[in-house]
Design a protein around this ligand. Structure first.
Ligand code: COA
Ligand code: ZN
Length: 324
């Protein structure tokens, strides 16, 4: 397909459109850190994000603490979150036990996970794709009875580090299975940053065409530096929900070569500068990103927290002149 064909009849959402930025740093980011981040530091960062205007968060995972020790404090973290501002809290769960723990923590939604790649699904949750799907009906029924929404997570949607390219039909099949089971939203995970503009376009377009009522969240990693370019392609295809991690934290411990998610404040900067609304105060968000870097104790990949915003001007007198 030529670029012109793609552009034809396709418009970015009008300026002023609200784009939902879904913060996943305290789940996708913290899970990969080697040293345990103290629970109160995690809560401080999450509450800072909520204070800066973030309303949709994937807070933590109710998974086996042996599989992901970093998130063993999921219930304590949930209990410490400021819910007075109406934040919508999702948690990742791999099985019914996880869903029960999420309900006990009064999560608003659960994200259940299955990969489009058999190999990654086996590494991640120790099951075949069919095995995962077989268990989802019970989990979704339980969640709905407990008043929780369900988001269908589709890992390795745009490529698998073990299997390579993923057939978009496999992603559609999973999305359809989730929709048939009653999920109203899917999140297409680019687990190790293999998505490219053409693959994003192909997969999103296929799902929107076949399942027009299903909400799509896009979950990009910036492994190869083109995460925000992929966001623009998603926007042009009509997607208005994007996952990102504060300061650029992130990665899957069960996928070779995983690195950070796209960075929340860089995404918010892009969206604001392009005329979209997010409800987020970027100055406050940048402070939380810098604090996150301090807590993690090493340099993180976020750019705007280092450079400041575009119109943050400098005093010319304070910078030396090259030709003395
Ligand atoms: N919460 C807490 N503990 C759990 C749990 C959950 N949701 N699910 C299982 N466990 C515990 C079991 O109680 C059992 O503990 P025990 O050995 O002390 O009795 C142990 O974990 C193993 O349980 P089992 O059902 O045999 O699972 P498994 O070994 O086949 O592992 C998963 C399957 C899905 C539980 C595990 O692979 C997992 O938690 N994966 C999460 C992966 C992840 O978060 N990836 C990153 C995000 S995409
Ligand atoms: Zn991820």
């Amino acid at each position: 397909m030529s670029l012109t064909e793609w552009e034809e009849g396709r418009e970015f959402p009008p300026k002023g459109t609200f784009i939902e930025v879904v913060e996943v740093g305290s789940r996708d980011g913290f899970q990969i850190e080697r040293d345990f981040i103290p629970t109160d530091r995690k809560i401080e960062i999450i509450n800072g994000l909520i204070d800066s205007g973030v309303r949709y968060l994937e807070v933590t995972s109710f998974v086996s603490p042996r599989a992901v020790p970093q998130l063993a404090d999921a219930a304590e973290v949930m209990a410490g979150i400021d819910r007075s501002k109406g934040a919508y809290l999702t948690t990742l769960v791999p099985n019914l036990k996880g869903a029960e723990r999420a309900a006990a923590s009064r999560a608003d939604a659960i994200v259940i996970v299955c990969s489009a790649s058999e190999t990654h699904n086996a590494k991640n949750v120790n099951r075949s794709v069919a095995g995962s799907l077989a268990g989802f009906g019970e989990i979704i029924r339980f969640a709905h009875d407990a008043g929780m929404d369900v988001v269908g997570g589709i890992g390795t949607s745009f490529g698998c580090p073990f299997e390579g390219d993923i057939d978009p039909q496999a992603v559609l099949d999973l999305a359809k299975a989730y929709a048939d089971l009653g999920a109203r939203q899917v999140t297409l995970g680019d687990t190790t940053g293999m998505a490219t503009p053409p693959t994003v376009r192909r997969v999103v377009r296929l799902i929107r065409q076949e399942l027009p009522d299903l909400g799509i969240r896009l979950h990009f990693h910036n492994t190869r530096g083109i995460g925000l370019a992929n966001v623009l392609v998603g926007l042009a295809e009509g997607v208005t929900l994007f996952d990102s991690s504060v300061a650029g934290l992130g990665g899957c411990p069960f996928a070779a070569g995983a690195t950070g998610n796209i960075c929340t404040e860089d995404l918010v900067y892009l969206l604001h500068e392009s005329g979209y609304e997010t409800g987020i105060d970027i100055e406050k968000l940048v402070k939380v990103a810098r604090r996150t870097q301090q807590v993690i104790g090493r340099e993180l990949s976020g750019q705007v927290m280092k450079s400041g915003q575009r119109l943050q001007l400098y005093d010319a007198g304070a910078v030396s002149t090259a030709a003395g």
